[in-house]
Design a protein around this ligand. Structure first.
Ligand code: ATP
Ligand code: MG
Length: 229
């Protein structure tokens, strides 16, 4: 299974969610491979220390122009249970290939006007890529950095998502220290100290995201767009 984390906007949480989801599946004994397409090499840095990196997680940093071949190589060699593609926050050819190859694309967005506007742009881009092949894409907005106390702005953002007819994953990811710490500790919540309330809540939330994804993929048998290279 291939999941792409895409957004044309920086800082929405692509790398954070990539690392966290890798932890969710790896904690269950799956092999997870992260393809880090961001020049900043964020996720690669977080998981650079092989001694600390959770078992089952590997990372590669291929040349984005060779993504198609890289994915084919992975499938033919290590064949990981899950491949997560963390795309750079710009419109590049790699974004198109990454969404075309994915069974599901997640578009993280905080409940702000700017993030939702960008999410809608990415959604249109994905739709147009698939339309060229007469196919329906499978993508979902994933609300991230939701504040624990609902505000008027957050309510407005939710209404805007409905108005723009942006399909979104049911579970929302809240603003939590456990997510912020991934960049410093290199440990996704599933491998962090579960006794800490912030970690326990993040784990619960991420398990719910996994359940949403599995339910979605069960009802949508998506296939990669083979024509895009
Ligand atoms: N749910 C969250 N709770 C707390 N902090 C978060 C959350 N999601 C993301 N962050 C923080 O927001 C910042 C940006 O997140 P991240 O690097 O994952 O975004 P990105 O979309 O990958 O950015 P870029 O486009 O620059 O690669 C990081 O400091 C991260 O720790
Ligand atoms: Mg990133």
């Amino acid at each position: 299974m291939i999941i792409t984390l895409a957004s044309s906007k920086g800082g929405v949480g692509k790398s954070t969610i990539t690392g966290c989801l890798a932890g969710v599946w790896a904690a269950d004994g799956n092999t997870v491979h992260i393809v880090d397409l961001d020049n900043n090499r964020t996720v690669s840095r977080w998981f650079a220390d092989a001694a600390r990196r959770p078992d089952g997680i590997t990372v590669s940093t291929p040349d984005p122009t060779g993504l198609t071949e890289h994915l084919a190589d992975l499938a033919a060699t290590t064949a990981p249970d899950l491949v997560l593609i963390d795309v750079a926050g710009t419109y590049e050819r790699a974004l198109t290939v990454a969404v075309a190859r994915a069974h599901l694309t997640l578009i993280p967005a905080a409940p702000t006007e700017a993030d939702i506007y960008e999410a809608a742009r990415v959604a249109r881009h994905i739709t147009s890529v698939f339309q060229a092949f007469g196919r329906e894409p499978l993508f979902r907005l994933l609300l991230n950095r939701v504040q624990p106390l609902a505000s008027g702005a957050q309510l407005y953002a939710t209404l805007e998502i409905v108005r723009l007819k942006l399909p979104r994953l049911k579970t929302r990811i809240h603003q939590r220290a456990a997510y912020e710490e991934l960049g410093l500790s290199g440990l996704p919540p599933h491998f962090a100290d579960l006794k800490r309330p912030t970690v326990a809540k993040a784990v619960e939330e991420l398990d719910a995201v996994r359940a949403d994804i599995e339910e979605l993929l069960k009802s949508h048998q998506t296939e990669a767009l083979e024509g895009v290279a």
